[in-house]
Design a protein around this ligand. Structure first.
Ligand SMILES: [Fe+2]
Length: 577
C-alpha cells in the first residue's frame, strides 16, 4: 500500500511510505528556499513520487496530520476573548479566527489543490489526529516493541500534550492537556520576550540559557506555569494570551515582572541570559513532571518523544538522565514536518498494512544528485574541480580540516529534519579554540554564545563524551568528559556540554570514513558539524551548494568525489553579516 503523508501547515513536508517502508521524506522549505514555509508541499510531494517512480494516481491514501474540523476549542478561546475585552477580540480574536478559517478552507480543498498543482487522480485525503501522528512519527520508527510516548508542541487541533503507550503497531492515548495551557507556546512567548522569533528561534534561547542563572524561575513558577497533580500543568493565560493570535504573546504585566522586553537589535545583557535560563529550567521541570506521570501510567522501560518541544536537546538530556527510562528515542524530524511522515505511518498501521515496524536507522530520506549534475552546477559557476577516489578524498579533506580549513561537505541523500548530519554539512576542526570565531567570520554570522555541535565515530564516542546511548540525530545534550574539554574547545558549550551526533558506518559510510581518517591523522575522530547554509534553509541541490560556497569564505567545497578549492572560484565573495 502506497501512502503519501503531507502537511501544508507550518514546516510543510511530504513523506512516502510503501507497504510500511519509508521511501522518501523531505521538507518543502529546502525546495522553495523559505525556512519553515507554510504551503502545499508541491515540490516535496513531486520529489517523493519521483523517488518511488510513481504518479499521484498510484498513491492509495493521502494522510494529513490535522483533523481540521476539530479546532473548535481554538475558535472558542478566540471568541471568549470578547468577554475579557472587546478591543482584545478585535485586535487578536478576529485575526485568529481569520487564520483558522483560511486553514480550514485550504485543508477542505486539498484534493482539488493537489489535482491542480501536482497531478490528476489524487485520492480523497484522510485527516488524522495531529498528536497521534507525532506519536507515530516517533514510536513506530523506534526500536521499542512497547514504550511510553510523550508529545509536546505548541498546539494540535485542541491540545498541547499527549501521553500514550505504544505496543506493536498500536498507540493508545492515555491523557491530553487541552489548550490554552501550552508548554511550547510558553517557551515561544519567552522567546518573543527575549527579542527572538517565536516558533523559530527557541533553540537560540536554549543556547543562551546556559550562560545565565535561573533567577526568574521562582517568579515564573509563581505567576506563569503551575504544576498540577497527575502530570498536568496550567499557564496563567491572563499574562500569556498567545492562544488568541500568533502575534503579541503577552501582556504588559510581564514587563512589570521581568523588566522591558528585549528588541531584536538590542544587546544581550545578563538579565536576558537569566531570563532564558529561567524559562529553560521551568520548561525542563514541567517536562520532567509530564515524563514522570507517563512513566507511572505506562510502567514502560522506554520513552518516545515528539512534537516541537522535543527539539530542546538540553531538556531531552535531562529526561533521559532523570526519569529512570532505560532508553529515550527522539526522531530526526520531531516537529510538524515529522508529523507528515507520522501520518503516513499511522494510516498504514491503522489499516493493518505494515507487517513489520519501519525502523529509522538514519535520516537520509531526501533527494540526491548524480556526479553529472554536480559537474554542470560547477561548470555553470566557472569552478574547476578535482575528481578523487574515495580514499584520496578522505585524506585530502582530513588534512585540510586539520590545517584549520573549513569544508562544505555535500554527499548523497539530503537529511530529513532540521539537522545537518553529514550529507549537507559545514565541517571544521573542533580542536581549535578560535574555530567558532573563524566560522562566524567566514560564513555563519551567528550569535557568539551559540555552540557548534560535534560529530564523532560511534565506537569512539565514550572517549570524549558521557554518552549513555548512541545519538545519531543530535537530539541530546551530554557532558563532555573532563579529559576531553581541552581537546574539543570549539564544540564544548560554556556549561561543559555538547549536542553530539554519533556516526556509524552502517548509517553513513562516507562520513564515517572521513571521521576515521581525521581521527588517524589527529588522534581525535571528532569534527565540528554545522549546517550547509547561510541564513537560509540547508542546501538541497548542487546549484544551491555552489551558490552558498561562492557567497562565503569557506576554503573547500566537496560534491560527492569532486573537490573544489577557494582559489578556483572566480567570484568575489559577497557574503555580509
Ligand atoms: Fe505539532
Amino acid at each position: 500500500m502506497l501512502v503519501l503523508g503531507l502537511s501544508n501547515m507550518r514546516d510543510a513536508a511530504a513523506a512516502l511510505v510503501s507497504d510500511g517502508r519509508i521511501v522518501a521524506a523531505a521538507e518543502e522549505e529546502r525546495f522553495v528556499r523559505q525556512k519553515h514555509v507554510t504551503a502545499l508541499p508541491v515540490q516535496a510531494i513531486r520529489y517523493c513520487l519521483r523517488e518511488a517512480g510513481v504518479a499521484l494516481w498510484d498513491v492509495e491514501a493521502i494522510a494529513v496530520p490535522w483533523k481540521y474540523w476539530q479546532v473548535g476549542r481554538r475558535a472558542w478561546l478566540a471568541l471568549t476573548s470578547m468577554m475579557r475585552s472587546p478591543q482584545l477580540f478585535r485586535v487578536k480574536g478576529t485575526r485568529s479566527l481569520e487564520r483558522m478559517s483560511r486553514e480550514w478552507m485550504e485543508l477542505g480543498r486539498l484534493r482539488e489543490a493537489l489535482t491542480r498543482r501536482v497531478g490528476v487522480g489524487a485520492t480523497k485525503p484522510v485527516f488524522l489526529d495531529h498528536h497521534l501522528c507525532h506519536a507515530a512519527s516517533s514510536f513506530l520508527v523506534s526500536p521499542f516493541e512497547r514504550s511510553a510516548i510523550l508529545v509536546v508542541d505548541g498546539a494540535s487541533e485542541a491540545d498541547t500534550t499527549l501521553m500514550a503507550v505504544g505496543e506493536g503497531n498500536q498507540i493508545t492515548v492515555l491523557d491530553r492537556t487541552p489548550l490554552p495551557h501550552s508548554l511550547g507556546q510558553f517557551y515561544g512567548a519567552m522567546t518573543a520576550f527575549l527579542g527572538f522569533r517565536p516558533d523559530q528561534d527557541e533553540y537560540i534561547v536554549m543556547g543562551l540559557a546556559s550562560s545565565g542563572e535561573p533567577t526568574f524561575a521562582s517568579a515564573l513558577r509563581r505567576d506563569i506555569v503551575r504544576l498540577l497533580p497527575r502530570g498536568r500543568f496550567e499557564l496563567n493565560v491572563r499574562l500569556l494570551d498567545f492562544h488568541l493570535a500568533r502575534a503579541g504573546f503577552f501582556v504588559e504585566e510581564l514587563v512589570r515582572l521581568f523588566g522591558p522586553q528585549r528588541r531584536s537589535c538590542e544587546e544581550i545583557t545578563q538579565r536576558h541570559r537569566d531570563l532564558a535560563a529561567s524559562a529553560q529550567v521551568v520548561l525542563e521541570e514541567t517536562l520532567l513532571h509530564l515524563g514522570r506521570h507517563v512513566r507511572t501510567l505506562t510502567q514502560a522501560e522506554s520513552l518516545c518523544l515528539a512534537g516541537g518541544v522535543a527539539y530542546n536537546c538540553v531538556a531531552n538530556g535531562r529526561l533521559r538522565a532523570e526519569l529512570g527510562f532505560k532508553a529515550v528515542y527522539v526522531p530526526p524530524a520531531a516537529g510538524d514536518s515529522g508529523a507528515a511522515l507520522g501520518a503516513a505511518l499511522w494510516w498504514t498501521a491503522r489499516r493493518g498494512e505494515a507487517t513489520t515496524r519501519p525502523l529509522l536507522p538514519d535520516a537520509y530520506w531526501g533527494p540526491q544528485f548524480d556526479e553529472a549534475t554536480c559537474r554542470i552546477a560547477l561548470s555553470q559557476a566557472g569552478l574547476v574541480a578535482e575528481s578523487l577516489t574515495d580514499a584520496q578524498l578522505y585524506e585530502r579533506v582530513a588534512a585540510e580540516l586539520a590545517r584549520g580549513r573549513l569544508v562544505f561537505w555535500y554527499q548523497g541523500r539530503m537529511e530529513w529534519g532540521p539537522r545537518a548530519l553529514g550529507n549537507r554539512s559545514l565541517l571544521a576542526d573542533p580542536r581549535r579554540e578560535d574555530m567558532r570565531e573563524l566560522i562566524n567570520s567566514k560564513v555563519k554570522c551567528r550569535e557568539a554564545f551559540r555552540p557548534f555541535a560535534p560529530s564523532v565515530l560511534d565506537d569512539r564516542a565514550q572517549e570524549f563524551f558521557d554518552l549513555p546511548a548512541p545519538s545519531p540525530f543530535m537530539q541530546f545534550t551530554v557532558r563532555v568528559k573532563a579529559s576531553a574539554k581541552g581537546i574539543l574547545p570549539a564544540v564544548t558549550h560554556v556549561d561543559g556540554t555538547a549536542r553530539v551526533q554519533t556516526v556509524t558506518r552502517e548509517a553513513n559510510p562516507r562520513f564515517y570514513d572521513l571521521l576515521a581518517t581525521f581521527g588517524r591523522l589527529t588522534g581525535v575522530p571528532v569534527l565540528l558539524n554545522t549546517s550547509f547554509n547561510v541564513q537560509e534553509p540547508i542546501v538541497c541541490s548542487p546549484d544551491e551548494a555552489v551558490r552558498c560556497f561562492q557567497r562565503t569564505q569557506v576554503e573547500w567545497l566537496v560534491l560527492g568525489n569532486l573537490l573544489v578549492g577557494r582559489s578556483s572560484s572566480p567570484s568575489i565573495p559577497n557574503h555580509a553579516c
